[in-house]
Design a protein around this ligand. Structure first.
Ligand code: RIB
Length: 309
């Protein structure tokens, strides 16, 4: 039986501007297109779980505005239970301004808006939702005290906790690290969290081991086109991914996180879950936008069928 997944996190509407080259500081460049796309790390991860066939609820906050309706409708259409969303009376739905250059690189500025109201009192009001799930997935775009509250509460209730530390804080408290079943940084986030430099696999393994020493059970590092690295007490292994032509990497990490949780919730092994997540996110980078880029289950399964794994 499929286990239940709860995503607690942010919802943004992404204002995506495509351009040839990113502007330098003080420079003006001409964009080629502006589109509004549902995004936000929490919402993207919930969307990935839903589209890939998981049983998913989301806790998060949007404004009483059109962007809030867009998010709610889109996520519901992707199979996410959004019944418990908070609608802020005073703050607008979160937004992200995203620049994407012709090589598919992006840079993002988030204005949290209503995400600031995804706070401890709201989470306390929905304790029953935390109680009934098996997996809790979190990111770092809602207030930190709410994230830490959710980690503690989920662990107290015996849930499996996955924290995607994005955007990466300078540091995470040791008592929070000790409660994580999985932390899923990308390379840059891992190095920032560990206070180290380096871009080689060995650097990442060393960084991951520092987090293991703090009590994290598994460090799963997304490596972009190099795939993913899993480090735990028994192994340090890189799982390569498919070679694709990337057009937009926005939400690729979110897709990876959602897909990984879906596979674990179906009872697959860690290795199978990483392969599933790698394939799903390799599809996402070939498409534009955040939630628009996330594949449906059939698409991922079709590719997996033809792979020798
Ligand atoms: O991870 C991608 C997401 O980061 C975007 O959708 C944007 O909203 C920001 O939260």
């Amino acid at each position: 039986m499929k286990k239940k997944i709860l995503v607690i996190g942010s919802l943004n509407v992404d204002m995506v501007i495509e351009m040839k080259n990113m502007p330098l500081v003080g420079e003006t460049v001409l964009g080629t297109q502006l589109t509004y796309i549902p995004g936000g790390k929490g919402a993207n991860q919930a969307c990935a779980v839903g589209k890939l066939g998981g049983d998913v609820k989301m806790l998060g906050c949007v404004g009483e505005d059109e962007f809030g309706d867009i998010q709610k409708d889109n996520l519901s259409a992707c199979g996410v239970d959004t019944s418990y969303f908070k609608r802020s009376k005073t703050k607008k739905t979160g937004t992200a301004s995203i620049y994407v250059d012709e090589r598919g690189n992006n840079s993002i500025v988030v204005v949290a808006g209503a995400n600031q109201e995804c706070d401890i009192s709201y989470l306390r009001e929905h304790d029953d939702i935390i109680k009934e799930c098996d997996y809790v997935i979190l990111q770092m775009e809602i207030p930190y005290d709410a994230i830490f509250y959710a980690v503690n509460r989920a662990k107290e209730l015996g849930k499996t906790v996955i924290l995607n530390p994005a955007p990466a804080p300078e540091k995470l408290p040791d008592e929070i690290l000790a409660k994580l079943d999985y932390i899923t940084p990308n390379e840059t986030e891992l190095m920032k969290l560990c206070g180290r430099d380096g871009a080689q696999i060995d650097d990442f393994i060393e960084g991951a081991k520092m987090l293991l020493q703090k009590g994290v059970k598994n460090v799963l590092v997304t490596l972009g086109e190099r795939g993913a690295l899993l480090v735990n007490a028994n192994m340090a292994e890189v799982f390569p991914t498919r070679k694709v032509v990337s057009v937009d990497t926005t939400a690729a990490g979110d897709c990876f996180n959602g897909a990984f949780a879906v596979a674990l919730a179906e009872g697959r092994s860690q290795k199978e879950a990483i392969v599933f997540a790698n394939v799903s996110s390799s599809i996402a980078v070939t498409r534009n936008g955040a939630q628009t880029s996330i594949p449906r289950r059939e698409e991922t399964d079709e590719l997996l069928k033809n792979m020798d794994i």
